[in-house]
Design a protein around this ligand. Structure first.
Ligand SMILES: Nc1ncnc2c1ncn2[C@@H]1O[C@H](COP(=O)(O)OP(=O)(O)OP(=O)(O)O)[C@@H](O)[C@H]1O
Length: 245
């Protein structure tokens, strides 16, 4: 479970998060907002890689910014970045094994776990390909495999479908739907449609503030009657109301 209390983050002069207080309830949480709303900043705060300028963070009771909790908090949390332009000469299996080893697995366990994770993202036939030779969609799937390799309890996905062509997007949505049920997943997007089938709870960020936090069902009820894409319409209406407030 994620618990945030009055989290703020300011980059030199830009306020990115303001008084974000949040306790998640569901296993699958979507983080939605327009460009610049603060999604990546919030995910980085949750991943333990960006200390907030104020407020407190608890991940399954552990504070990733407290020296006593940090190691355990980071070992249970995995992050899938938007891009993975690293290790272009490493082979896929080698790269995912290496991430598993960095996350505390022995080398032989990491190798087996890498095989499982690569199989889970349907890339087993590219295990020996170099990272630099993969398409954008395949690279995104390796990014998911490296996040899964050490079996995290909390998986943070930064815009997992952004920039993919429709076919690769569908592949990724199917993979996200099939993620292990015992892992809590937080995934961000600026397109509601991409999260619609993969999450149960939604957090809408606007200008660094929480504009909505409730179930998908509750958000759908905010859509004007007869709308073709009710969640997208409700999202836009929440953002518009938040700006007027
Ligand atoms: N490293 C940084 N230095 C200064 N300002 C930043 C930095 N990163 C983000 N910001 C600013 O913080 C605000 C929130 O940015 P953030 O990237 O978290 O939003 P986002 O919702 O993830 O956007 P996008 O969908 O475009 O990725 C924006 O105003 C952005 O310009």
């Amino acid at each position: 479970m994620i618990e945030l209390v009055a989290v703020q983050h300011t980059y030199s002069d830009a306020r990115a998060l303001h008084e974000v207080t949040l306790t998640t309830r569901a296993r699958r949480v979507g983080l939605v907002g327009v460009n610049g709303a603060g999604k990546s900043t919030l995910l980085s705060v949750l991943a333990g890689s960006l200390r907030p300028t104020a407020g407190s963070v608890r991940l399954n009771g552990l504070d990733p910014y407290d020296s006593n909790d940090r190691r355990r908090a980071l070992l249970q949390t995995a992050f899938m970045p938007q891009s993975l332009d690293v290790a272009r000469r490493m082979r896929v299996h080698e790269f995912v094994s290496y991430v598993g080893w960095l996350r505390g697995l022995s080398w032989s366990t990491a190798r087996d776990a890498a095989t499982d994770a690569i199989r889970a993202v349907n890339l087993i036939d590219r295990s020996t390909s170099t990272m630099g030779s993969l398409s954008g969609g395949m690279t995104r799937r390796v990014a998911l495999a490296q996040a899964l390799v050490a079996r995290p309890r909390l998986l943070l996905l930064d815009e997992p479908t952004t920039g993919l062509d429709p076919e690769q997007r569908e592949v990724m949505v199917e993979l996200l739907r099939a993620l292990p049920a015992d892992v809590q997943v937080v995934m961000s997007s600026h397109v509601m449609e991409d999260l619609e089938d993969a999450v149960d709870e939604l957090v809408i960020l606007d200008d660094g503030e929480i504009a909505f936090h409730d179930s998908k069902v509750a958000l759908r009820q905010l859509a004007p009657p007869g709308t073709a894409r009710p969640l997208q319409a409700a999202f836009l209406s929440v953002v518009t109301s938040h700006r007027k407030a």
